[in-house]
Write a protein that binds this ligand. Sequence first.
Ligand code: ADP
Ligand code: ASP
Ligand code: MG
Length: 476
Amino acid sequence: MNIAKGASTNTLIMKFGGTSVGSVEVMLQVASIVQDARKKWKYVAVVTSAMAGVTNSLLKLVNTAIDGNREQVKNAIQELRERHLAVLDAISLPDTRKQQTIQEIETILLELQETCKAISILSEASPRSCDVVASTGERLAVRVLSAVLESTQIKTCFIDSSRIIVTDDTFQNALPDFVATKARADEIIQPLFAENYTPVITGFIGGTPDGVITTLGRGGSDYSAAILSSVLNANEVWIWTDVDGVMSADPRLVKDAVTIPELTFREVAELAYYGAKVLHPKTIRPIIESNIGLRVCNTFNPQHPGTRLLETRDIRKGTIKAVTAIPNLDLMSIEGRGMLGVPGVAARTFSAVAETGTSVPMITQSSSEQTITFAVPQESSATVMAALEKTFAREIRHRDIDGILKIDSVAIVTTVGAGMAQTAGISGMVFSALGNAKVNVMAIAQGSSEVSISFVVAEKDLKSALVAIHALILDD
Ligand code: ADP
Ligand code: ASP
Ligand code: MG
């Protein structure tokens, strides 16, 4: 199907997160949301995550298998079986349909058991086998959720997206090939739309061109929904989660956080990048590029309008809208008076870091070029330190570089709002609020983007920093 960009295809993609499919009760709520959407939209597809907590259990299972603890592997698989079969038990479907789904579940669990056995024998798990195990959660969820939808008379079927989302073989963080994916979606999903099906598609999972299962990274079901929306020329994608949309702060950390009714794509991209778990950071790009409408809403409170994403021009400038954080980081600095004369320090620093496979969420450099400071995830900081000491061994020996310094346990806090960084007085307000809360700011990256200011604080000060800045949002 060839459709002009922006034309209405009357297509809606709805993605449901783990808590939204955590039990039969919520799945029935999902069914009623789908029924409502079917009244207004010609074509609807559902993308689902694994049931809440299942992906974590599966990744734990990999370690249990590596340790060779067979009894524990068996118990974990039995728990998965019981949890999914309990949903089927609670719905009314013809017996043959139920048996068919139970059979599907047993086949997947048998495969899981075999994979765990192979991992146990080798006492190690490759990223490829980790993906086979991790994908089990979504593969089970689509079967169970589509049975629930069917029990409420929705015409549905399930699809394993390893057949549709074509990726490279970067296991655990695979990159999609949009052209190949579009061809598969046209071939597999469009005919189902034409027959009025509401397919239930696995989030999180892709497949290499020859069908080996990959995953898109933790929290990747949002990204799956964005990829599918793009290749299906959807008009809108709605992300259904467990809070009333994108909020002014993580409601788990700041209890008086409020819903932000409207955000620009740039604002939400910054929020997602700087730690707001509510949307996977890769979700935004395909949506902007394909001109798709995005909404974030609450499965447990579907009447609430949630958050709408808007084009930049519609937005009131100059206010802080949200504050977010990335915890569990270390701060590294390369310092030395001799650095001024050493060519390419920044380039060498970040290529050494990149070779360790670590991504750096924030960088600052002092104007005199005597210090480069950046944050790295705690679990990678020893590897990064070793790589830098090797790269700059000569300069350290000659004392051009004093050494690589590390401050443990910091967090990046980011304030987000269009035009905020250009509005006089806002950073002053932010930093005096932090001062009043006795929070010491260790590094600042201001003006790196039009819509955010980021700074580093000690992890122990994170909560106070979030609360102090959030008070400014509420006062506005
Ligand atoms: P799902 O399983 O539906 O994908 P996630 O747990 O991945 O849900 O994301 C939703 C969670 O994101 C919320 O429960 C909330 O704790 C967290 N969160 C962090 N920052 C924000 C924010 N700014 N707005 C809303 N939720 C946030
Ligand atoms: N189930 C996967 C995870 O927990 C993907 C997702 O929920 O988005 O990471
Ligand atoms: Mg999520």
